[in-house]
Design a protein around this ligand. Structure first.
Ligand SMILES: [Zn+2]
Length: 486
């Protein structure tokens, strides 16, 4: 199956052909570590976790690298404020990032280079750019990239450099030769951390860091470079200028950019409140809610983190997990396996799997995958018959479990025991509603007793009360089950 990827460089979907057959090299710009990470900072990790899993499931050997920017003004500012070394700040927030990453249940990347480990490579790359006439040293030791020397400047972001230039002027006495020139090396200011270089003590500019780390880990070219859309200009445009300026080769085959997260407008949000960090979000909501919210929209579309968006994710997850809980109940009750699943269900699963695979091959179209997951849920629910578990229904349940296990592994979803997860979702919703599980259990039991005594008036009155509270009741032969309506 051919894989198509939307390439920001050509603004179209292209058939993926790796540099090296059977292998995929991926570099994704990682966070600047000066504070807890924003909710939006994990969109990229969730998306690329899925992309990596998908390539691997298709037999590719994937090397997936994401860096930590641990030299930056904001880190230095914070270090000065707290009167500690800047490494204390960056290492602290790298640890916090790793905690959030682990909470999200994402597989570790192949490597996480840090800028502080790559200064020699950065300096060497700047020297090379100077040698090749792509960079120049100003009087104070600042090294600048000469944008005018790189013919392709603007090709990634589709910006017209004359337009860009007209917006800014060189001020008298400024060291830039062209208003678009950008810093590769900045001389140290007093009291700031610095590293030695041929141009004096200082520190690298942000853009050169990524170019040098890619070169150190992969060499002159890579298959896929990822980042948020907000990085296309100037960060990635400058990376192209630096790497291609150094090596004279196309730097990246496919530029993959994910869209932003939208928190809704002012209407937002009793429950999401002022949640802005991933840590706050993940302490209020299950990690699978976050992953569902990211993956249920296409990575190039805006992701909606409003109250409504959260409610949709909870409802969607609950639908899948309710089916999985039913699967578990059938499997626990059944004993004889042997027959194949019911033909209509087997057909529905096969069709869904096929369509979901085609959707993934079409620029990782996960919303289409989710539609297929629901198709299987629907087909399975329709196949459920009340009463005894037959060999047929057992085979049905096994087939559905297998389908969700394999797609769940790809998406890093559906990894929790179903019944327990549904309970957690309900507990979360009960807390939001200010309701208490024990009180509802008692009311449900009371109603059941009226019902068993055929006191329909009282039984109906209590049912209405429960419905008013947002509780959905289900009467089965084994008793009454309830859940929070979603
Ligand atoms: Zn970068």
């Amino acid at each position: 199956m051919e894989q198509r990827i939307y390439n920001t460089l050509t603004k179209q979907k292209e058939i993926f052909v790796p540099l090296k057959s059977g292998e995929v090299s991926i570099y994704v710009c990682g966070p600047t570590v000066y504070d807890f990470l924003h909710v939006g900072n994990f969109r990229g990790p969730v998306v690329f976790n899925m992309i990596r899993n998908w390539f691997e499931s298709n037999g590719f050997k994937v090397t997936y690298v994401s860096n930590f920017t641990d030299i930056d003004d904001r880190i230095i500012d914070r270090a000065l404020r707290e009167k500690v070394d800047s490494l204390v700040i960056s290492e602290r927030y790298i640890d916090e990032y790793r905690r959030d990453y682990a909470t999200l249940g994402l597989r570790p990347q192949s490597a996480n280079p840090k800028v502080t480990e790559h200064l020699a490579g950065i300096v060497a790359m700047i020297e090379k750019l100077i040698e090749r006439g792509k960079a120049y040293v100003a009087e104070d030791g600042e090294v600048l990239y000469a944008v005018r020397s790189f013919e392709g400047y603007g090709k990634l972001s589709k910006r017209d450099i004359d337009d860009l230039r007209s917006g800014s002027r060189i001020q008298p006495g400024e060291k830039k030769r062209d208003p678009l020139d950008f810093a590769l090396w900045k001389p140290a200011k007093p009291g700031e951390p610095s590293w030695p270089s041929p141009w004096g003590a200082g520190r690298p500019g942000w853009h050169i860091e990524c170019s040098a780390m890619v070169a150190a880990l992969f060499g002159e070219q890579i298959d896929i470079h990822g980042g948020g859309m907000d990085l296309i200009f100037p960060h990635h445009e400058n990376e192209v200028a630096q790497s291609e300026g150094s090596f004279g080769k196309d730097f990246v085959k496919y530029w993959v950019h994910w869209n932003m997260i939208n928190f809704g407008d002012k209407k937002m949000s009793k429950s999401i409140g002022n949640v802005r960090t991933a840590r706050e979000f993940l302490s209020s909501y299950e990690a699978e809610i976050y992953k569902w919210m990211i993956l249920s929209v296409h990575y190039r579309s805006v992701s909606d983190f409003s109250e409504d968006g959260i409610e949709r994710a909870v409802a969607g997850l609950a639908r899948v997990y309710s089916a999985l809980a039913a699967v578990d109940r059938v499997i626990q009750a059944g004993s004889a396996v042997g027959t194949a699943p019911q033909a209509s269900l087997a057909k529905a699963i096969e069709a869904a799997d096929q369509k979901a695979r085609l959707a993934m091959a079409d620029d990782f179209n996960t919303p289409e995958v989710f539609a297929e997951l629901f198709n299987v849920v629907r087909a399975f629910n329709a196949s459920l018959k009340p009463g005894k578990v037959t060999a047929d229904s057992l085979a049905n349940a096994m087939a559905v479990r297998q389908f969700f296990a394999s797609w769940g592994e790809l998406l890093s979803l559906f990894e929790q025991p179903a019944e327990a997860f549904l309970r957690k979702l309900d507990d979360m919703l009960l807390k939001q509603k200010g309701l208490d599980r024990a009180a509802i259990d008692a009311k449900v039991a009371e109603r059941r007793a009226f019902r068993d005594a055929k006191n329909w008036a009282e039984s109906d009155r209590l049912r209405d009360e429960l419905v008013q509270m947002g509780i959905a009741l289900q009467d089965t032969a084994e008793g009454s089950r309830w859940e929070v309506a979603k």
